[in-house]
Design a protein around this ligand. Sequence first.
Ligand code: ATP
Ligand code: FE
Length: 331
Amino acid sequence: ETLLAIESSCDDTGASIIIDAEIASNVVSSQIDHQNLGGVVPELASRKHMESIGWVVEEAVKNARIEKKDIDAIAFTRGPGLMGSLLVGVSFAKSMAQALDIPIIEVNHMEAHILSHFIDDPVPDFPFLCLTVSGGHTQIVKVFDYNKMEVLGQTLDDAAGEAFDKAGKIMGLPYPAGPHIDRLAQKGQAVFPLPHPTVDKYHFSFSGLKTAFLYFLQKEMKKDPGFIDNNIHDLAASLQSTIVHILLKELKQTSQDTSINEIAIAGGVSANSALRSQLSKVGAELGWNVYIPKLEYCIDNAAMIAQAAWFKYLHQEFSSFNITADPRLKV
Ligand code: ATP
Ligand code: FE
């Protein structure tokens, strides 16, 4: 059985083919223009999806060495994400499925980030906890099954990825700043203390960290205009270590309270090298089975959509052709 999956929730256009539970191709076209614009411009993102989606799908089909007539169903990201971006993927999937006379499968982007753990072995045992950390979300999710998940806690304001990106912007780094901070931090020490917010158990708040970081830099720059340039590595390391500390503290608490030791991370920020190494370290100390995705499955990709769709396909869970995008779709 062969599925085509399309991902277009934000600024990356992705297509993937899954054949009998194995990913056969995974193509991503990134919209590098946004680097110079300081963030994702929704109007531009949807136009770019429109330009890319045709060849990205062709490429995925070609790389999997199949033909379009071999496809049994088409999956797409229904949400959450940017409305204009999602609509391109949903419309493309519907039209292509109509033409091939095959069913469609809607996928929740955040659930797919979590289910990316089933692409390769070892796979987590249900129930497991997943810290989903991305550009738009920061959640601790209890995963009972592929279609049964409960959000135990989440951010009350900015996502962890946003904290990296906004703080990076203040330091003059290009968008998205997360990977740049990760790279700069490798040569730095976490010498600058930054505040850790107090919020309810399992929840997060990152907007205060960003503001505190801004005020701290403004104060230091008044004394020394070269402060950011001269301390860029230590600033990156301090920021990164604070964010990782906040994330792991709540994850530890959740594991303790739920007695679940199967612990996964997912989403773009799970590519962060400090989060990955600290999680392995804490996991070894506490006897957790830790699941860390391959880098290509951390950032937005269509393979995770294909994997999530595979579970639905096995249960013949198809969507109506009346379906439309849902920018605020919840887990
Ligand atoms: P969502 O999944 O919530 O809809 P999104 O799809 O835009 O949001 P992802 O593509 O999953 O988000 O993740 C992008 C985020 O990951 C960005 O904020 C980026 O800075 C961050 N990120 C990527 N790599 C790293 C890294 N190595 N260190 C820290 N952050 C990173
Ligand atoms: Fe994402």
